[in-house]
Write a protein that binds this ligand. Structure first.
Ligand SMILES: NC(=O)c1ccc[n+]([C@@H]2O[C@H](COP(=O)([O-])OP(=O)(O)OC[C@H]3O[C@@H](n4cnc5c(N)ncnc54)[C@H](O)[C@@H]3O)[C@@H](O)[C@H]2O)c1
Length: 422
């Protein structure tokens, strides 16, 4: 019997997750059945229900809140709402015994993450965090290669992104302090993926800036131009967003990380860059270096050695003969071993979201625990907050101090507004 699912939060990511469900179905994995679309904004829930009907032939119920889901026999929810609501929805669902897949960040602050962790610990239900970057087959291969010692012992990782100018990044809330801002929204992916590749982050030091206090939305109005719209899922909301608005959240971070392994990280995350952009992730080790492709691009990994020797793409698979993608990823991407792939971004996006759904279904049906539970979800949030806390205090910050709430100055206003404490 398929697990009865509700998508909770029917904005851009909710609609993208729906495509993930369709991709899952297309791959012959029908473990989940969408029975409800839940959002306090009825038009958003109705929009998702309409798309679901077009994809699956049956229209899920439209619901305004978790209390309305009981009538529809919902067993699992997929939280794709704005981060301020994550802890409220996840805690209520876990207390009701509903399984939860939840978008990153696990919650808006570490204290709010703890609420979810506590509820998960007391509930028989499954909690899985939807971190899609590490589930990219190229990220899986990079991890296998690093673990095999292909570049020796990792010493340095650089994580760079500069661009965006004064354009709105997808939606207005991403530029508002009370929603955590664009730095947390994107940076939590990086914290998770860097810990996945290199192990635990221990300390952080950063400076942050708000470079662009006014953001422009070129998609405003009926005849609006194109805005940043990953997977073409946000146009209806971007049209209704003002052409210009005040940004209150910091939009650039320049930082240093240290890992428990001794490796060092350099992170530049500047969402306000003008002129030539910059982007990339690379790891430098004691025997060589590795350049990783853009997340979800399917591009090739390249390994470089002294003297100019280089290995890339499928040739790298020979260095990790044991490497296999998990069964769900292999079914969705078409092979157990991939040195690159080539799909339009919306297709790749849907496949990775499908992997998350398949893993949730496996966990519910008695398989292994989900890869990212509350603990790692919280670690990613805390590791990133270590950077933000350091920027607020001007001194390096230890991740354990952020995890246990000893350092929380820059989260205090958010915690007060959410009414959570550690
Ligand atoms: N993994 C990724 O690549 C990725 C990409 C984009 C967004 N996200 C994450 O997905 C989440 C949603 O982002 P988005 O871009 O879709 O935002 P969005 O603004 O497009 O959509 C959010 C939706 O949540 C709804 N909502 C608000 N409060 C709610 C509540 N109490 N119950 C149910 N629904 C509620 C809103 O009405 C809206 O429809 C965020 O956590 C974001 O970080 C992840």
């Amino acid at each position: 019997m398929a697990i009865r699912l509700a998508i909770v939060g029917c904005g851009g990511m909710g609609h993208r997750h729906l495509r993930g469900l369709a991709e899952l179905r297309a791959a012959g994995i029908s473990a989940l059945e969408l029975v409800a679309a839940c959002d306090p904004v009825e038009a958003n829930a109705a929009s998702l229900a309409g798309h679901a009907e077009a994809a699956f032939g049956t229209r899920p119920a439209v619901a305004a809140g978790l209390g309305d889901l009981h009538d529809h026999g919902v067993q699992a929810i997929d939280i794709t709402s704005t981060p301020r609501t994550h802890h409220l929805l996840a805690v209520e669902a876990l207390q009701r015994g509903l399984h939860v897949l939840i978008e990153k960040p696990l919650a808006l602050t570490v204290a709010a993450c703890r609420r979810i962790g506590d509820a998960a610990a007391e509930s028989p239900a499954i909690l899985s965090v939807a971190e899609n970057y590490r589930r990219d087959p190229m990220c899986r291969l990079a991890k296998a290669l690093l673990d095999s010692g292909v570049i020796g012992a990792p010493r340095l990782v650089v994580q760079h992104g500069v661009g965006g100018g004064d354009r709105m990044a997808i939606s207005m809330w991403r530029h508002r302090r009370e929603h955590g801002g664009i730095l947390l929204d994107v940076g939590v992916h990086f914290a998770d993926v860097l810990e996945y590749l290199l192990g635990r982050i221990d300390t952080a030091y950063a400076v942050t800036r708000l470079h662009e206090p006014v953001r422009r939305n070129p998609a405003a109005g009926a005849g609006g131009g194109a805005a940043v719209d990953p997977a073409n899922a946000y146009a209806q909301w971007q049209r209704a967003t003002p052409a210009a608005f005040a940004a209150t959240a910091k939009d650039a971070l320049y930082g240093t990380l240290t890992f428990a392994s001794g490796a060092v990280g350099n992170i530049i995350q500047d969402h306000a860059g003008h002129g030539a952009g910059l982007g990339g992730r690379a790891v430098f080790g004691s025997a060589g270096s590795m350049t990783l492709p853009g997340d979800r691009s399917g591009g090739k990994i390249t390994v470089h050695y002294d003297g100019g020797e280089r290995l890339e793409g499928d040739a790298l698979l020979e260095r990790v003969p044991e490497f296999r993608l998990d069964a769900n990823t292999a079914a969705l991407f078409g092979a157990e071993r991939l040195g690159r792939y080539d799909h339009p971004f919306p297709v790749t996006d849907a496949k990775l979201l499908a992997v998350e759904y398949a893993e949730l279904a496996d966990a519910i049906q008695g398989g292994a625990a989900p890869e990212i539970g509350a603990e790692q979800g919280m670690r990613a949030v805390a590791s990133y907050y270590a950077l933000l806390e350091s920027a607020a205090s001007g001194v390096p910050v230890r991740v354990p101090d952020v995890l246990d709430g000893r350092v929380d100055a820059c989260q205090r206003a958010l915690n007060d507004s959410l009414e959570v404490t550690i």
